[in-house]
Design a protein around this ligand. Structure first.
Ligand SMILES: [Zn+2]
Length: 304
């Protein structure tokens, strides 16, 4: 039961209700926070060679690190453990973009960089601690524990999703990694929220919830290829997009899916409609961004 909810973005109805109720009352507070984030990020961006390309770096659990790999004639390969990383750039400067898992331990870490001639080096980075908010709830046990049938279904779906998450295709040479929001609406800052139900820790919230009515079109934030669609126990109507280089995005609780596996979408093309399917009661989009198999904060990718 411990890892029963590894991939579920939204765990329980009461949690979501409360969060949305909170968002409703604190909406005016939530929006200025988003603005502050954009303002704070602006000075750093002016120093970048390609200001319109990269997400904002934030070397915390659930964040993204941009690690310089230096010059080389050919693109080097880089790995976190044995998971290949997204590498962009040119002969003058290559950069690895690393997704840092929410479960990462703060402190020193390193990636492995392999040159074309097979030589390897380590590139070190520091993960800074981040205290995500915690939500403690007491709910009826029935809403926490799954029936044997539901658990069996969930395990099947989790295994299927694990295969989807391992998708790795080449990055387009002209790739841009800053995204447009898939749905207009109030964006929660609940990424990383630690959830404790009846005293038991669950996996933290691994995406961004965007408040929007059922039927609101969900648009591709970047060019991408559809790699999975389905109707899952926790996530409801779901679409996964592959943007290359191990960068994937997921869309959950959809009321309608308008694409099929293999479809290639341009930025802004409609892929689905917002809904309240899966383990939720209120309509909203759960948006997940995955990099080298780590769910990272979508807010880092939104173009200011
Ligand atoms: Zn969510």
């Amino acid at each position: 039961m411990h890892n029963i909810r590894t991939t579920s973005p939204d765990l329980l109805t009461p949690a979501l209700n409360r969060r949305h109720a909170l968002l409703g009352t604190l909406g005016l507070l939530a929006l200025p926070m988003a603005t502050q984030h954009a303002v704070a990020a602006a000075p750093a961006k002016s120093k970048q060679a390609h200001p319109a390309v990269w997400p904002n770096a934030s070397q915390v659990p659930g964040g993204v690190a941009r690690l310089s790999l230096g010059p080389s004639a050919k693109r080097p390969t880089a790995f976190a453990g044995d998971v290949p990383l997204l590498v962009m750039g040119d002969a003058i400067e290559w950069t690895a973009l690393l997704g840092i898992p929410l479960a990462a331990t703060p402190g020193e870490a390193s990636i492995t960089v392999r040159a074309e001639n097979g030589s390897e080096k380590q590139v070190a980075y520091t993960v800074t601690d981040k205290q995500y908010r915690e939500q403690r709830l007491t709910v009826a046990p029935r809403t926490v524990d799954l029936s044997p049938e539901d658990e069996a279904r969930y395990v099947r779906e989790r295994d299927h999703q694990a295969g989807v998450m391992a998708t790795l295709t080449d990055l387009r040479p002209d790739a841009v990694l800053q995204m447009r929001v898939p749905v207009p609406g109030r964006r929660s800052s609940s990424f990383g929220l630690r959830r404790v139900f009846n005293g038991q820790s669950r996996n933290p919230h691994s995406g961004m919830d965007i408040a929007a009515g059922t039927g609101t079109p969900v648009l591709a934030p970047l060019p991408g290829r559809v790699i999975d669609t389905g109707d899952y126990f926790f996530n409801g109507g779901t679409v996964w997009l592959d943007h290359g280089g191990g960068l994937l995005t997921m869309y959950c609780h959809l009321s309608r899916v308008d694409v099929k596996v293999g479809d290639v979408l341009k930025t802004g093309e409609k892929l689905a409609a917002v809904g309240a399917t899966g383990r939720v009661t209120g309509p909203h989009l759960h948006w997940g961004v995955m990099l080298n198999r780590a769910m990272v904060d979508p807010a880092l990718f939104i173009a200011a």
